[in-house]
Structure formats: C-alpha cells, structure tokens
Design a protein around this ligand. Sequence first.
Ligand SMILES: C[S@@+](CC[C@H](N)C(=O)[O-])C[C@H]1O[C@@H](n2cnc3c(N)ncnc32)[C@H](O)[C@@H]1O
Length: 241
Amino acid sequence: MTTNETPAQENDEKTITHRREIKSFVRREGRTTPAQERALNELLPVYGIDYCPDQQLNFTQLFGNDNPVWLEIGFGMGQSLASMAERMPEINFLGIEVHRPGVGSLLNAVQEKNLTNIRIMSHDAVDVLKNMIAENSLARLLLFFPDPWHKTRHHKRRIVQAEFMSLVASRLSVGGAFHAATDWEPYAQWMMEVLDTHPHYQNPAGTGNFAIKPDYRPETKFERRGQRLGHGVWDLIYVKQ
Ligand SMILES: C[S@@+](CC[C@H](N)C(=O)[O-])C[C@H]1O[C@@H](n2cnc3c(N)ncnc32)[C@H](O)[C@@H]1O
C-alpha cells in the first residue's frame, strides 16, 4: 500500500489483481437441458467432488480400490470420457470441466452406463491440480482438444505453458504420461516446443515426432468438428522421467 492509499483502496487493488488472473477458459454458461439440470441436481452429489483447496484427494478412498488414476482436463460433453471409462474398468477416471451443460451430460452418461470408475469435478483444473491432487499420484493426464486460443494476444491463455507442465509433472507418477491431442497445427507445434524443452519429460516417439493415436483415445466431439473443417489431428504423448 502506498502512503496515500486507504486499506479499502488496497483491497480493491487485490480484487482487481485476482480478477485479472489468466484463465484457459471463458465460462460459456450455455443453456442446460432439463435432463442435464436434473443430473446436476441429483447425480453431482453422487459422482461429483467439491472443490476444497485445503483437502487433498485420497484416490483409494474415493474409488474404493488402488487402480491407476487417469485425469482428463476439459472433457467437454463427456462422451469420450464415458466411453473410455466403460472400455477400461481397470482404470479410475477423474474428469474436470467448467462447462456445466457438459458436466450434466457426462453425469447422465455415467448413470446410463452404470459406471463406477469415474468421478467428476466442476472447477478450474489448474486449481484442482495445485491444491487437491497429491504429488506422484496420476498415471496419466489427458488433454484432448484444449481451447487453441488462435490469436497471438491470447496465446497466454493456452493451458500448455512451461509452468503448467511443471505442475503436471509433479502430479504424475514416474513413468506416468501426459497425452494431448489437437486439431490446430500451430498449437501442436507450440506444445511440442514446450515439452521438448522441459527437463521432466521425454518423448517416446523421438524428438520432433508426434505420437500415433493410441486405441484408447476415442474420437471426441471437437475432433469431429475439426474434421468437418478439414483440420488434421496431432497427438502428443510425453512420459515423465
Ligand atoms: C475445445 S473444448 C474440447 C472438449 C473435449 N475435450 C472435446 O474434445 O470434445 C475445451 C474444453 O476445456 C474446458 N477447459 C478449458 N480450460 C479448463 C480448465 N482450466 N479447467 C477445466 N476445464 C477447462 C473448456 O470448458 C472446454 O469445454
């Protein structure tokens, strides 16, 4: 606080600084359908986890077993996450998404498919990773078709940055992997540069090479949209050293 500022002015400054924190998403509230609204009211208390910054998750308690945990950031409408959870019952999935209609839609799929290996959070995944995920606890972190933030002045909003990748590395177990896919070639190159120059990751496909799409990754809604626009798809899989 400068000598001329009142405590109230100082608080205002803090609020403004806080509001300006760079986020990788904009909240598109969109309309929830009655089915999604019902799911948010009735199923989120069953499959959802509240954001509690001072409480780390205990995966063994949460899932009732010690299976490996894969975390997906930004699952969109959730069809691909539900399909992975259905096809891989030996994996526990934690999905994080801020888009409420998407959370409602995934909850409905979880109920329809009777899935027991999936938990859902509706919050900024960066906060969740920082405050609720233990170090060395994730087998895989999935980031499928993250918002590409095309304009140069928005590149700072891209979630893949060196600092974010250090956070991810600290939460992955040794040998765990980060798997991203995008239909925006400049973002694919951007991610590769961040990861190739990061000391905690190694590219099993060889430096400068993209990964072959693994069978476990279903086609996502955004991927289909990209295909309609004639875009290619790039997968990146990097292992924590
Ligand atoms: C382009 S969409 C892709 C959705 C889905 N993965 C697909 O391929 O269809 C990106 C999603 O990431 C979500 N998202 C972006 N940043 C996020 C964050 N920090 N925490 C949680 N969700 C985030 C957005 O709300 C959006 O739904």
